[in-house]
Design a protein around this ligand. Structure first.
Ligand code: TC6
Length: 694
């Protein structure tokens, strides 16, 4: 066996050469992998191999380009040269695939003459999620194998397809059951057959029939663009991917490659992809807790308990049923329990990705009860009762009596003090916050809140469970509102003041929507319900929200809030009556009315958020700046092509942000204009918030 580089070896099985990549953790195409591959193909051919098998060691086939090399000085041979060596090899090249063949990995496999894959393997071009397109020929080769509609779908969604689907689409030539040895043997047997039968050296680039079907069909592309418009608003990469597929359909292969190269260059040097690549690593960093080592023993979670079968409790329970963990759901009475379970069933039935059989299987994992004593055999209990400290404390005191030793007791509170809740138990080390976002079965964010005494094992288990249920978990310490809602509160305060000074709710919402957020604060309040937390008796006419509620406006649910809603379509229309009410109220409170510019709206809504994020870092509530970004991207829809609030502030420039906060702070009151010492220091020293780590 010859070691060709630190990660690639070449050996022989009879007269078939086997090139093996071993570059943990995911066999990314680092420079030494490309070097080894280039040498490997050259040496195999020189050595007179009759065929060449390319296979990977470890958990997966190549998962893509090495993202950490983007933006660095190029080293070693280019991927393009490596691919040419493969595609032009004078003997059959067979890619043997297990795990995930993603991005550049799939693009390498597309340069083999044949592809053999384990039945558990997955395929995808997820570059779009990094603000990119498959710039190693993938945009031209994939449509030639799977056809234009499928390629458009895969490239603009980044979704992975399974082996059976890949076989049906013609992406792979053979599917193999079994383990890695079975794969290797099948690839060797394929190679032997290819040689014995003189099979052609099939180059994907030469295939034309599937792209020809879409040639000149402008409507096909126009229709496709319309279907993804809403989901991809503001992103450049999806559109660029579509243009590449258009080129694949309409241009000869080499010209298509040129289009791909130009558009790739534009994306990879642009700000969106820089933000999205940063974000990829930010999400993975969030899992790393400095004082909770990777090998911390986990609590074995065999059964979960959920207290409360309302929207939140039901949604939380679904997450566990989805991965096969049985759940005990406890409600006050049978009627509420039945209603809650009914909603869960409906949610499953409505979901297109759940088959009828899966609905039944998941529902069978949910056991309803009206007795908390049934939590006795649960390894984790999550309460989702009303947000009231006394209620939570009495619930935890009860759970303390019921739960078995070592069980985790979690609160889904969105702002209450976990330490105070834990003080109601005899085992604060077992108490933690697990803050799901509504709808809990859909939203990706899970804020995990560690109390002063929460044990390392409980923290590690909550974080690991987050990943298992396909959430992105971020650790926070205790403070009112934790990371996400604490930042949100600052924006709301300023938005409320802006409409008193003369901006309209519609203007504020539009500015934030155009920035890339899914909706602005007033549309969001209408959606949540204006009367949430509103107490008719105590809050007479002291805020705009109060006067709207008093006039019977409740938000979307009764068709009237800051906006008026069409009963059929739920489309929002700005309401002159509301604008007049706000104006009258503002004047009565002494606010001078003036034109507010969009720029001022943006700065006054976003800069206090940045300031608060920095304070959260100052106080050690979040571990790192990137964690704040992960919370805001996953929990509140901050556009990932702007990285997150901390990354965005750095891209604006901290000295500029600091100067503006000082300027506004001179004329506006409120703690949220008091500058974070950390941000001030970073701005002076040329530091960055998104790179800050406690
Ligand atoms: C591309 O190919 C462009 C081509 C154009 C050609 C010019 N590079 O996610 P996990 C690390 S673009 C470097 O926790 P999983 C990751 O940071 C690329 N590092 O594992 C983590 O490191 P840590 C297109 C990478 O089992 C570790 O591997 N490809 C890369 O949950 C484990 O990762 C993609 O976009 C990489 N490409 O999921 C695929 N990938 O342990 C991106 C991972 O030090 N990757 N790492 O924190 C994935 O989707 C997933 O990682 C996975 C494995 C499905 C491969």
């Amino acid at each position: 066996m010859a070691q060709l580089s630190e990660s690639v070896t070449l050996d022989r099985e009879g007269d078939v050469a086997v090139i093996t990549i071993d570059n943990p953790p995911v066999n990314a195409l680092s420079w030494h992998v490309r070097q080894g591959l280039a040498d490997g193909f050259a040496q195999a051919v020189e050595g007179g191999a009759s065929a060449i098998v390319l296979i990977c060691a470890g958990r997966t086939f190549i998962a893509g380009a090495d993202i950490s090399e983007f933006g660095q000085k190029p080293q070693g041979p280019s991927l393009h040269d490596t691919q040419l060596a493969m595609e032009n090899a004078p003997v059959p090249v067979i890619a043997a695939i297990h795990g995930t063949a993603l991005g550049g990995g799939l693009e390498v496999a597309l340069c083999a003459h044949y592809r053999v894959a384990l039945d558990s393997s997955k395929f995808g071009l997820p570059e779009v999620n990094l603000g990119l397109l498959p710039g190693a020929g993938g945009t031209q080769r994939l449509p030639r194998l799977v056809g234009v509609p499928k390629a458009l779908d895969m490239m603009t969604s980044g979704r992975h397809i399974g082996a059976a689907e890949a076989l049906g689409d013609g992406l792979i030539d053979e599917m193999v059951e079994g383990d890695h040895d079975a794969l290797r043997n099948a690839a060797l047997a394929f190679a032997a057959r290819a040689v014995a039968n003189n099979m052609p050296l099939a180059k994907v680039r030469d295939r034309d029939e599937k792209v020809a079907e879409a040639r000149g069909n402008e409507q096909l592309f126009a229709d496709f663009r319309a279907t993804i418009a809403r989901k991809t608003r503001g992103f450049l990469a999806p559109e660029y991917n579509v243009r590449c597929v258009e080129a694949a359909a309409n241009l000869p292969f080499d010209e298509g490659l040129q289009v791909e190269a130009e558009l790739f260059r534009e994306l990879v040097t642009g700000s969106q992809s820089a933000a999205q690549r940063y974000y990829f690593f930010a999400e993975r960093a969030a899992n790393k807790i400095p004082d909770v080592p990777k090998d911390t023993p986990l609590v074995d979670i065999q059964r979960v308990g959920v207290l409360g079968a309302g929207t939140m409790g039901g949604g939380i329970a679904m997450n566990f049923a989805n991965i096969g963990i049985p759940v005990t759901i406890v409600e006050r009475d049978l009627e509420s329990l039945d209603r809650g379970l009914g909603v869960v069933r409906k949610n499953y039935e409505r979901s297109r990705s759940t088959t009828a059989e899966q609905v039944e299987q998941r529902m069978s994992l949910l056991t309803g009860s009206t007795d908390k004593a049934d939590f006795a055999d649960c390894d984790l209990v999550i309460e989702a009762v009303f947000e009231d400290m006394e209620l939570k404390k009495s619930v935890f005191a009860e759970l303390d009596q019921i739960c078995k030793p070592g069980a985790i007791m979690a609160s889904n509170t969105s702002f209450l003090d976990i330490d105070e809740i834990a003080s109601a138990t005899s085992r604060p080390e077992s108490v933690i916050g697990m803050h799901f976002f509504s709808p809990a079965n859909v939203m990706k964010l899970l804020e995990v809140i560690r109390g002063e005494q929460t044990s390392a094992s409980v923290i590690a288990t909550a974080m690991a469970l987050g990943k298992q249920i396909k959430k992105v978990a971020v650790l926070s310490r205790v403070c009112p509102g934790f990371i996400g809602n604490r930042i949100l509160a600052q924006r709301r305060f300023e938005a409320d003041r802006l409409i008193l000074e003369g901006a309209t709710p519609e203007q504020v919402d539009r500015v934030l929507y155009d920035f890339g957020l899914p909706m602005g604060p007033f549309a969001m309040m209408d959606l949540a319900g204006l009367d949430i937390g509103w107490k008719a008796e105590t809050s007479k006419g002291s805020t705009v929200r109060d006067i709207l509620c008093e006039s019977g406006r409740r938000g979307q649910k009764n068709g009237r809030g800051y906006y008026t809603y069409d009963p059929e379509t739920r489309a929002a229309t700005p309401d002159p009556e509301v604008v007049a009410m706000i104006r009258e109220f503002a004047i009565s409170k002494g606010y001078e009315q003036r034109e507010v510019t969009d720029q001022e709206v943006l700065e006054r809504c976003l800069y206090p958020m940045i300031n608060e994020g920095a304070k959260i870092l100052d106080e050690g509530v979040a571990i790192r700046g990137s964690d704040v970004d992960v919370v805001w991207v996953n929990g509140y829809g901050w556009p990932v092509y702007r990285g997150g609030p901390m990354f965005w502030a750095d891209s604006v420039g901290l000295p500029e942000v600091v100067a503006k906060i000082r300027e506004y702070g001179e004329r506006l009151d409120g703690d949220h204009w008091e500058l974070s010492p950390l941000m001030e220091k970073l701005a002076t020293e040329g530091g960055q918030l998104h790179q800050f780590s406690n």
